[in-house]
Design a protein around this ligand. Structure first.
Ligand SMILES: Nc1ncnc2c1ncn2[C@@H]1O[C@H](COP(=O)(O)OP(=O)(O)OP(=O)(O)O)[C@@H](O)[C@H]1O
Length: 268
């Protein structure tokens, strides 16, 4: 599939650093979590960040989200420097529980941001119907989060984020807590949604198979501290991808070998 790129959603990172003052005080040295990260994620791209546990994937994602401040370097969306969260970027976390409002129904959760924007009810209804349907939750609109399975809650989180129509989706192991079957379904849905909307997606995972199923490019982060982008693999496979195809397996082995050779071992 030809990739349409959107310069306004392009993320440009140059010599980006993050250290925490408390850690530096204790050790007496500057202790970088990530150091000198250079990266350009093109608008409309599905970009995966893969790396060992604790290397700084979430830190980097949260810096792009504007939740974590940088210590040095450049981090821009389009030509605007990121220094706070913005409506152009939305984060999907591993645990939907922390992001859904337990006192609101599925529909009310999905419409929450639209209501805040004072969107008229008929328009809100149309949008929530569309995304609730897209994530396969039609018929569950009136349920509360406590009445839903983990996978269903994760779908509500995704529908709510999509309803707000951010240009950039930042996903931090969004399917990590799901069972294998639900995970596969969600991966397919996400891939379909991305192809339909051409949003920029940055997707953090530990899972090499998931990375190859979804990503256009896969960046491997080196083990921390002072983690950086060690290598970027292009995934030259058409969607939908077949994990049983020889080309898929060959790329899987190449990436696995990269981790086996790297100090710190494989993905967590
Ligand atoms: N607020 C903080 N203060 C000090 N150190 C922190 C803080 N937040 C994260 N770190 C450290 O930064 C490093 C990277 O953490 P991060 O959560 O970004 O890694 P990760 O690659 O996402 O890990 P995982 O895959 O296990 O979720 C860790 O060593 C962590 O202890």
């Amino acid at each position: 599939m030809a990739l349409a790129t959107f310069p306004a959603n392009t993320i440009t990172i140059e010599r980006l650093n993050k250290s925490y003052a408390e850690t530096a005080k204790k050790s007496g040295n500057v202790h970088y979590i990530i150091q000198d990260v250079d990266l350009v994620v093109k608008g409309g791209e599905f970009f995966v960040l893969l790396g060992p546990s604790g290397c700084g994937k979430s830190t980097l994602l949260n810096m792009i989200a504007g939740f974590v401040s940088k210590t040095g370097g450049r981090l821009q969306v389009g030509d605007v420097e990121v220094d706070k969260p913005g409506r152009d970027r939305a984060v999907v976390f591993q645990q939907a529980d922390s992001s859904l409002f337990p006192w609101l129904t599925v529909r009310q959760n999905v419409e929450f941001g639209l209501k805040m924007k004072k969107m008229p009810k008929p328009q809100r209804r149309e949008i929530s119907d569309r995304f609730i349907g897209m994530v396969g939750l039609a018929g569950h609109e009136g349920k509360f989060p406590r009445e839903l399975s983990g996978g269903m809650k994760q779908r509500v989180q995704l529908a709510r984020v999509l309803a707000n129509d951010p240009a950039i989706l930042l996903m931090d192991e969004p399917f990590g807590a799901l069972d294998a079957m639900t995970r596969r379904t969600m991966q397919k849905e996400l891939s379909g949604i991305w192809q339909a909307t051409n949003k920029t997606v940055i997707f953090v995972t530990h899972d090499i198979q998931e990375a190859i199923l979804l990503g256009g490019r896969i960046a491997i982060m080196s083990p921390g501290p002072s983690s950086r982008i060690a290598h970027i693999y292009e995934v030259p496979l058409a969607y939908p991808r077949d994990a049983a195809a020889p080309e898929f397996y060959s790329l899987y082995q190449t990436i696995q070998a990269h981790f086996d050779e790297t100090e710190g071992g494989g993905t967590a």
